[in-house]
Design a protein around this ligand. Structure first.
Ligand code: DC
Length: 224
């Protein structure tokens, strides 16, 4: 099975690029951020503070059942029997996801699922620690970056298109908070793997970024 790892901070273009590359190359796209978001959604719905109540989050972990299904190549994520693919995209869940992601017990549970999924098909998996921790033996590792203001603008536009009420300032603040959390945590933090190819998407359009990443994957995997 081929494994492609795409890591980087929020808004660098990971999901857009990974989804498009997977579709063109016939790989399965696995969005691991959605799993942290699902855990966060479960905790928030239970009224648990994801920032302050680590024991509370750990306490409900055995009750959390996450399933990933692909419908027409698109990943859907289920919490118990409920499709939460849209509910997990709310800005407060982005922040809460970054908070639960600091907890090693949460990571261990999700990493187990991620590794299992990578055994079932050729995958392009995106996240923060895929190249460094989840799939250290991935055939291709890509580290996507972009200037934080550009990343915030992209996410703001995305949220506006979905009708989510927010401001650019708020999105930028959340992004900086998440960057610090994701890079600063002790267990499997966001960082570039030594053998990863860095791609800065600040000045690239989505199409240019997709073409570039596909060229890197093709070059490394000898796929056409
Ligand atoms: O990629 P995303 O924005 O959907 O991820 C949401 C949060 O989940 C992110 O702020 C950090 C966490 N996360 C992580 O710690 N490790 C991953 N592999 C993926 C996401």
């Amino acid at each position: 099975m081929m494994k492609v790892a795409i890591d980087g901070p929020a808004g660098a273009g990971k999901s857009t690029i990974a989804r498009a590359a997977a579709s063109r190359l016939g790989y399965v796209y696995i969005d691991t951020g959605a799993m942290y978001r699902a855990v966060a959604l479960f905790a928030v719905r239970r009224g648990i503070s994801t920032k302050n109540d680590v024991a509370g989050v750990i306490g409900v972990l055995p009750e959390i059942s996450i399933t990933i299904r692909h419908v027409d190549g698109v990943q859907r994520i289920f919490l118990g029997g409920e499709d939460v693919s849209e509910a997990i995209r709310m800005p407060e869940i982005s922040v809460a996801a970054s908070e639960v992601a600091v907890i090693p017990e949460v990571r261990q549970k999700l990493v187990q699922l991620q590794r299992q999924l990578s055994e079932t098909a050729d995958v392009i998996m995106d996240g923060r620690d895929i190249g460094t921790y989840v799939l250290p033996d991935a055939e291709v590792k890509i580290f996507l970056t972009a200037d934080v203001t550009v990343r915030a603008e992209r996410r703001y536009k995305e949220l506006c298109e979905k009708g989510t009420e927010t401001t650019l300032d708020e999105v930028l603040r959340d992004m900086q908070y998440r960057d610090a959390n994701d890079s600063g945590r002790a267990f499997a933090p966001l960082r570039q793997a030594e053998d990863a190819v860095a791609v800065d998407t600040t000045l690239l359009t989505a199409e240019e970024s997709i073409d570039h990443v596909i060229a890197v994957i093709r070059g490394a995997c000898n796929v056409v």
